[in-house]
Design a protein around this ligand. Structure first.
Ligand code: ZN
Length: 240
């Protein structure tokens, strides 16, 4: 059995469809989403429809939460504020209910999923180094946990110490714990524009992070046609 694990889709339907097609070709029959389905790009409802139709386990991201709040957006930078206002106006009552019911942490089979961190999942802090990962490991009760939020794929391994792995494939060893950032499907920020997601191969006990080409021009045209800030289209090409 193989799981496709993806997140930070951010309303980029072209990237999501490319990931799902690639995952099917890899033999993935199960799907899991680590949150941030909406926000930034032009297809929040369409992405929500795809995820809902698959009926897959999903955890809530900070953009999923922000999109259904009615609080002021004054604290956000102008770019994020404009995108979030637009996103809020797109969502139906059913979309809002779905997002509102998402949990922060879930266990799926033998692994855990969370959007940001396991130590303070609702605070939306970022795991960007091994010390942050160490804090999260203290609350990780499965060997394997997948997360997102930083939009940068990363594999942290807890054995005697916590070390990030440069490799994009890891074979799971008994007695070690793994905290794996699957990267962002819809808005990568590691300088590589291609969509990112992970495949967990249960039989062979390994995890691989894949990077996938998608129709970026189409996604950018949609962002511009929707009247969203031009920078949101531009940054997709930069992978930032
Ligand atoms: Zn995100």
């Amino acid at each position: 059995m193989k799981y496709a694990i993806f997140g930070d889709i951010h309303a980029n339907l072209e990237a999501l469809e490319a990931v799902l097609a690639h995952a099917a070709a890899q033999g993935c029959t199960e799907h899991v989403c680590v949150g941030d389905i909406v926000g930034y790009a032009a297809n929040p409802r369409e992405c929500l429809d795809v995820i809902r139709q698959m009926g897959c386990p999903v955890v809530k991201g900070n953009h999923d939460e922000e999109a259904i709040l009615e609080t002021s957006l004054e604290g956000l930078n102008p770019l994020a504020k404009q995108a979030m206002e637009w996103t809020r106006n797109q969502l139906s009552p059913e979309d809002r209910e779905y997002l509102g019911n998402l949990k922060l942490v879930r266990q799926v089979r033998d692994f855990t999923i969370v959007h940001a961190t396991l130590d303070t999942p609702g605070s939306w802090t970022y795991v960007t180094n091994k010390f942050d990962a160490m804090a999260s490991f203290s609350y990780q009760f499965t060997q394997l946990c997948f997360y997102g939020h930083t939009h940068t794929p990363r594999i942290y391994i807890k054995g005697d110490s916590v070390e990030p792995s440069e490799e994009m494939t890891v074979t799971l060893e008994m007695g070690r714990k793994y905290f794996i950032n699957v990267g962002s499907t819809g808005q990568p920020r590691d300088g590589d524009w291609r969509a990112s997601y992970a495949v967990y191969d249960v039989e062979n006990q390994n995890v691989t992070i894949h990077r996938i080409d998608y129709d970026i021009q189409k996604a950018q045209d949609k962002i511009n046609d929707a009247g969203l800030p031009e920078m949101l289209a531009h940054r997709l090409s930069l992978g930032k």
